[in-house]
Design a protein. Structure first.
Length: 307
């Protein structure tokens, strides 16, 4: 039978990126660690890691095996946490990731509140717009904007609905260049988030009319919504942004709504976490807190609560 401790060691080596760093973190001799991983590979009759004197890479089979090793660690930690913390104040660390804009707005308000409510829980937040493999990267909770998910290993908890607003600086338009229809936007420079298929476009809809797709050539493409908003304020182009990113600038008059009678498809803001029976108490605390408080803060930020 495979030694579960060896599986955990393999996951730690991948996590730390080298045998030396792992040995230091675990307080064990590097030679012992290397022998344990070699023994695991011999038992499985596969190579899990490709090693050189300067680098270490996980093989394709190693990546698949890693998921199961991480599940072993999580199950063990969950069991230990449940036993040790039964009836006590939740204590531990939770790894959270969120898009930069949400981290800088809603989570910037919510996390201090959460941490004051749970003084024994530490939070490690990664603010990023890149695609993250939650399980492979050891993330406990990810706040994401999406319409659904087809991964049975993950659970979604609805938090709020995020709608895009088309905005621009008033100075971008002249008396003879009004925008009455989404198709009019092609006459103006645009700004955009990255599109997965590399084809920037806006999707508009209005009651009683067919949806309209407007393709455009953005002058600026970035995943940073703050940069997009500031470029729009300076009059560089038209942009579609979530209300919580641009609403204060609309209220101040620095930005104006464009084609306000037309709506973009709303995205759902979810808390996403791995599907496992023994969910760590610290993770459950954070998920439950977000489910309760996120809609309240979202409404204050101009985002519609879910449901």
């Amino acid at each position: 039978m495979t030694d579960l401790n060896d599986m955990a060691l393999f996951a730690r080596v991948v996590e730390h990126g080298s045998f030396s760093a792992t040995a230091r973190a675990l307080g064990m001799p590097k030679a012992t660690l290397s022998r344990r991983i070699a023994r695991l590979e011999d038992e499985l009759e596969v190579r899990l890691l490709n090693r050189t004197t300067r680098s270490l890479h996980v093989t394709e089979l190693g990546s698949e095996f890693l998921r199961h090793c991480q599940a072993v660690i999580l199950a063990g930690e969950a069991g230990k946490e449940i036993i040790q913390r039964a009836g006590a104040q939740p204590k531990g660390r939770v790894y959270l990731t969120a898009p930069i804009a949400i981290a800088q707005t809603m989570l910037a308000r919510l996390l201090p509140e959460f941490m004051l409510q749970y003084p024994e829980i530490d939070v490690h937040l990664e603010s990023t717009n890149r695609a993250i493999d939650i399980i492979a990267e050891g993330i406990d909770v990810a706040v994401r904007v999406r319409h659904g998910i087809d991964d049975s290993s993950l659970i979604l908890r609805n938090l709020a609905e995020s709608s895009l607003l088309t905005v621009a600086s008033p100075g971008l338009f002249t008396a003879n260049s009004s925008v009455l229809h989404p198709q009019d936007l092609v006459r103006f420079p645009s700004l955009s988030m990255r599109f997965a298929d590399g084809r920037p476009r806006w999707e508009f809809s209005r009651a009683g009319e067919d949806p309209i797709n407007v393709s455009h050539r953005p002058r600026l493409v970035t995943d940073d919504m703050t940069v997009l908003r500031e470029a729009a304020v300076q009059g560089v182009g038209v942009v579609a942004l979530p209300g919580f990113v641009c609403r204060p600038w609309i209220e101040s008059g620095d930005l104006i709504r464009v084609c306000p009678d037309w709506q973009h498809r709303a995205g759902q803001i979810h808390a996403v976490y791995p599907h496992r029976k023994g969910l760590l108490p610290v993770v459950r605390c954070l998920v439950d807190f977000l489910a309760e408080r996120f809609p309240v803060v979202a409404k204050q930020e101009g985002v519609r609560p879910d449901g």
